[in-house]
Design a protein around this ligand. Structure first.
Ligand code: NAP
Ligand code: MG
Length: 479
């Protein structure tokens, strides 16, 4: 019998109004589980549970919050192989990547366990005699967390952990493609010692569950990661009722390769950044901007390395690139390959649907030489498709890197300290990488972008407090 992933509402497991099925994208004959799907009324009951738990959790001690989050972090770390296997099976990233993600989720809970003990505040002298001023941070209340499928443990972790650390209560809606991972996290949280209603999991579609959360006047804040289209709709709806909103959205991240870079190493970073996790990372290196003197040599290195990548079942040893998450996403990837060919981009490798011993959503990583204005060089594909773009020199490369509506991450490969330093200062992105792939970030420092990639305060690290708390200034007469 398939596992049944249920909602967790007000401290109890609940079945849904309808049932959905979670598939393994590496093997469509393998059903990961059935999952509950909520309607608006069931979602509203979770919101009310979170409202009712506000007082109990909002007034909990730092020590209690530390213990809850530390418990979750320890369990995620101790069970990283098992949870990584579930993740690889449900989402399709390779097992080593998935285990790494489970561990990272654990580290994030551990980090915010510590932060719960360090909630910042200030005490200042007043400009008036006989008065003290205190600046403290308080919880927002009920926060709705809406997450995508591509990091189904880590992204929920980097929202749930700070939300709880700073005393908020939570309604969490994972993407419908990954209910098993959302349920696994909730299952650990259900045993962590939280009061009933402080953490709720509601499974179901964005249109039903997501929209109900966004429109509810009882939800004080929304943290969303996903596509630009959905993010913009959430921002419009939530700001109309003055809810606090944080959005992390797409990317079209440049990796600049200068003529003085060690080319083999740069190609390794480019392949890693562009194609690992099947290119389904918002920080993927999808634009490889290469200085003219080394362009042909680098393109040839990339062509060879891209063709050599092993595409296969996510749980199979030796697989480097797992399947695409869903049929819909595979069709989108293939359609961009067709767009690239139609626009006259020069095809170098891949972009074909593949058959494997098990039926799944397989595609060979695609590499093109593109012109900067072509669609495949401007729009986020969110799959294993990368474009090589020729730059005359460093200044041209920097201008191309910044010529995008997005601004999540930007990377450069160079041996020149002067150019690396200049790039760090002038890249219009929230994150910059020097001699590293654009994807792959630490769990204890801010994450987020500029322009169309993000809205609101950064996630992760100590900066998470800016979103998950509200500031109070209190004046007290001392005499
Ligand atoms: P998506 O389609 O925007 O969905 C994200 C979440 O929003 C899902 O849980 C989805 O629910 C929900 N949703 C959909 N419509 C909604 C609505 N009308 N109201 C409220 N919620 C709604 O994104 P995705 O396809 O899952 O993920 C891919 C995108 O995420 C890419 O664009 C990628 O760049 C971005 N991403 C960004 C970051 C970052 O930090 N910058 C990280 C990872 C991914 P259902 O899908 O379950 O219906
Ligand atoms: Mg989607």
């Amino acid at each position: 019998m398939a596992t049944h992933f249920k909602h967790f509402i007000n401290g109890r497991w609940e079945t849904g109004v309808t049932l959905g099925v979670s598939e393994n994208p590496s093997d469509l004959s393998d059903i990961v589980g059935e999952f509950a799907r909520a309607d608006a009324a069931q979602t509203e009951s979770a919101i009310r549970a979170a409202v009712d738990a506000r007082e109990a959790w909002g007034s909990s001690t730092p020590q209690r919050r530390f213990e809850v989050l530390d418990f979750v972090g320890s369990e995620l770390l101790a069970r990283k192989e098992e949870l990584g296997t579930l993740l690889a099976r449900e989402e399709g990233k390779t097992l080593p990547e998935a285990i790494g993600e489970a561990a990272r989720a654990g580290m994030i809970f551990k980090f915010f366990a510590g932060e719960a003990l360090r909630i910042p505040g200030e005490r200042l002298a007043s400009v008036r005699p006989g008065v003290d001023v205190e600046v403290t941070r308080e919880p927002l209340g009920v926060v709705a967390l809406i997450t995508p499928w591509n990091f189904p443990l880590a992204i929920p972790a980097w929202k749930i952990a700070p939300a709880l650390a700073y005393g908020n209560t939570v309604v969490f809606k994972p993407a419908e493609l990954v209910p098993g991972c959302g349920w696994a996290l909730a299952e650990i949280l259900s045993r962590a010692g939280l009061p009933a209603g402080a953490f709720n999991l509601v499974l179901g579609s964005g249109r039903r569950v997501g929209q109900t959360l966004v429109e509810s006047p009882l939800v004080d804040a929304i943290s969303f990661t996903g596509s630009v289209t959905v993010g913009e709709a959430i921002l419009a709806a939530a700001s109309a009722r003055r809810a606090k909103v944080q959005l992390e959205m797409g990317g079209k991240n440049p990796l600049v390769v200068l003529a003085d870079a060690p080319l083999e190493r740069a190609a390794e970073h480019a392949v890693q950044g562009a194609f690992y996790s099947t290119g389904q990372r918002c920080t993927a290196s999808s634009r490889l901007i290469v200085e003219a003197p080394v362009f042909d040599r680098f393109a040839e290195l990339m062509r060879q390395r891209t063709r050599a990548l092993v595409v296969g079942h996510a749980l199979e040893r030796g697989t480097q690139i797992g399947p695409v998450v869903s049929r819909e996403q595979l069709e989108q990837d293939l359609s961009y390959v067709a767009i690239g060919r139609h626009e006259g981009a020069e095809w170098l490798a891949g972009g074909e649907a593949l058959e494997r011993p098990t039926r799944g959503h397989y595609i060979s990583p695609a590499l093109f030489v593109a012109q900067p204005k072509q669609r495949i060089a401007r729009e986020e594909v969110f799959g294993p498709l990368a474009c090589l773009i020729r730059a005359d020199d460093y200044e041209h490369a920097l201008a191309l890197a910044n010529d995008t509506p997005f601004g999540l991450c930007a990377g450069i490969c160079t041996d020149s300290l002067a150019k690396a330093t200049h790039f760090k200062r002038h890249a219009q992105a929230g994150m910059v990488m020097v001699n590293l792939p654009t994807a792959g970030v630490d769990p204890h420092v801010p994450f987020g972008g500029r322009k169309a990639s993000s809205h609101g305060p950064r996630e992760q690290g100590r900066h998470a407090a800016e979103f998950y708390t509200t500031v109070k200034t209190a004046y007290t007469a001392t005499g």
